[in-house]
Write a protein that binds this ligand. Structure first.
Ligand SMILES: NC(=O)c1ccc[n+]([C@@H]2O[C@H](COP(=O)([O-])OP(=O)(O)OC[C@H]3O[C@@H](n4cnc5c(N)ncnc54)[C@H](OP(=O)(O)O)[C@@H]3O)[C@@H](O)[C@H]2O)c1
Length: 262
């Protein structure tokens, strides 16, 4: 299957705006993108981006991205039952709505689940992809790779653990960054300088992590001198069982994601 030339959205809120921003920054023009339905927010957002806002009608675009809030999906999709061109591939980014649930609305169309994050705005989303219709994976991956990096899942249920790490993960790092910034401020660094230092530490960490062939434990070992400042900090983490807390918080996020699917 070829890549998609035209992209439609149902639901044009924060995520659709983020995705469209990146699509427009790659090889899509505003006339390749449109949004169906919706009201005030949709009109304002599409107008700003030069994208067409269409009323509820037949959908003929190559791909239809479903991006309404999960609790609204039944009302939002019902008017389009039987109105999708058979070639349109449905990509749902809605959390907690399964492929089986979506097939009730679009039984004749291929359905792919994608789980991006808001870093899509900067083409830095970490996106999970799952479908049981394998031939549609590559064209969808090509589309989702234009707003970040996509990872194909083996099983739809993995989307919950993925969401715990990729969806909620940034908040874990930001939580730690916030504590580090406050620590520096207690040591008389200005708020701006402290923030800048912490941001730079994150940048250097990403470079260290992405550079080598080592696993994370090996990199930690390499940057930890015997009897030094890092070793004393990490020993404290071991002493209090910090890894247990990380694991437990990820388990809770995964469980929450499963509950939201019900
Ligand atoms: N935000 C994230 O970080 C994130 C990450 C991964 C996945 N997601 C998923 O992405 C989806 C969208 O999230 P979001 O944060 O972009 O939500 P959002 O900003 O609330 O956007 C949803 C939009 O849907 C429109 N809408 C409501 N009813 C509609 C209808 N019947 N037809 C067409 N449009 C309708 C609303 O616009 P009007 O006012 O014009 O109706 C609203 O702007 C959710 O399902 C969420 O699970 C979000």
């Amino acid at each position: 299957m070829q890549a998609f030339n035209t992209v439609a959205f149902i639901g044009f809120g924060h995520m659709a705006t983020a995705i469209s921003t990146s699509l427009l920054g790659s090889n899509y023009h505003p006339e390749h993108i449109c949004a169906y339905g919706g009201q005030q927010q949709t009109r304002e957002r599409t107008l700003k981006m030069g994208i067409a806002h269409k009323p509820i009608s037949d959908i003929t675009e190559d791909v239809l991205i479903l991006a309404v809030k999960p609790q609204m999906y039944k009302d939002a999709l019902a008017p389009y039952i039987g109105r999708l061109s058979p070639h349109t591939v449905v990509v749902s980014i809605m959390a907690g709505v399964s492929i089986n649930q979506l097939k009730e609305y679009f039984p004749k169309n291929p359905v792919v689940r994608a789980m991006p994050n808001l870093a899509a705005t900067f083409a830095k989303s970490v996106t999970a992809l799952y479908t049981s219709e394998a031939e549609y994976l590559q064209p969808v991956k090509k589309l989702t790779d234009s707003f970040g990096q996509s990872f194909v899942l083996d099983d739809e249920a993995q989307i919950n653990a993925f969401t715990a790490v990729a969806g909620s993960g940034p908040a874990h790092f930001l939580y730690m960054m916030n504590q580090m910034q406050k620590f520096l401020q207690r040591h008389h660094f200005s708020e701006d300088k402290a923030r800048c230092i912490v941001d730079q530490v994150v940048d250097s960490t990403a470079v260290l992590s992405q550079q080598g062939q080592e696993n994370f434990s090996e990199t930690i070992e390499r940057i930890t001198s015997k009897g030094g400042t890092t070793e004393v900090a990490l020993s404290y983490y071991k002493e209090i069982g910090f890894s247990y807390f990380i694991d437990e918080s990820l388990k809770r996020s995964t469980q929450k994601s499963i509950e939201l699917e019900r």
